[in-house]
Structures are given as C-alpha cells and as structure tokens.
Unconditional design. Structure first.
Length: 161
C-alpha cells in the first residue's frame, strides 16, 4: 500500500518558492521540490496577490504528488476586491476602502461552500463582519450601520435570494 504524506500550507497565489515554508518541509521527503512549486504556482496563478490554502498529497513510494487548492481567506478576497495591500491596523479610525453590498454578496458566493451560514443574508453578514475588523466600509457607511440595516430588512431586495 502506498504511504502518503499530506502537507498543508498557505502560499501567495502564483508566487510559491522552493524556500521556506515549502523547501524545508518537502526537501527531506526526497521529492522534486521545484516540480511541486511550479505546479502550485500554475494552479494558484489566478489568485495573484492573495494568500491561498494549498494541500500537497505526496506518495512516498514513487514520489508522485497532487496539489489541490482551497478557497482564499475572506480577508484575502476582500483585499483583492478592494485592490489594496492589506486591511487597516486601526479599523475604528482608519478605513482602507469601500465595497458595495453587491461586492460583499459576490465574496460570500465564493466562500459559500465553506460557510456555516444558512442563507445569503446570514453569509453576507459574515463577510461584512470581516470588513468591520479590516476597516472597510460598505456603500460608504460603517459596517456596523450596514449590519443594523440588514437586520432591519433594508437590504432584503438584494439578500433574499
């Protein structure tokens, strides 16, 4: 029976290298580290600028491998949507950008399979909660205000599907 080793890591989309964290973990397994790095970069190139979870399954007998890509973190998707480097270090006072409610819905739809939310409204509120902690406004309003408006039904026309 084939002996397998699973390596899980977080990489910059399309920019993995043979250095840490991958090289030190993969090198001792006797696999072609460069081939694995090239495959990771190939399958994550669409996520450039985002941190992407990657799982590498290595067959220790014949050194073959498979790379699978997870869904980027909510924060990474927000940063990508905004086109900024990162969230705010002081989200209560410094805002880094603004998303529309439609953009938060789009991000939730990407994350839907990983979410515990029961519907679009609850899932969008999850995304807005992350925006709150990152210093991101929604429709030019504070995220807390938008969450309150969602609870009052003000966005039901958009969030009822």
């Amino acid at each position: 029976m084939a002996e397998k080793k699973i390596v899980e890591t977080l990489v910059d989309g399309g920019k993995a290298t043979a250095g840490p964290p991958l090289g030190p973990v993969l090198g001792p397994l006797g696999v072609n580290v460069l081939a694995i790095v090239n495959e990771i970069n190939n399958v994550t190139k669409d996520y450039s600028g985002m941190k992407v979870p990657v799982t590498i399954s290595i067959n220790l007998n014949d050194k073959s491998f498979e790379v699978s890509v997870g869904i980027p973190t909510t924060a990474a998707l927000i940063v990508k949507e905004l086109g900024v480097e990162k969230g705010s270090g002081t989200p209560n006072t410094e805002k880094v950008g603004n998303l529309t409610i439609e953009q938060t819905v789009k991000i939730f739809k990407i994350k839907k399979d990983e979410s515990l939310s029961v519907n679009l409204k609850a899932g969008t509120k999850e995304i807005i909660g992350t925006c709150l902690s990152m210093g991101v406004t929604i429709d030019d309003k504070d995220a807390k205000e938008v969450l309150s408006q969602i609870n009052q039904g003000e966005y039901d026309n958009i969030l009822s599907s």
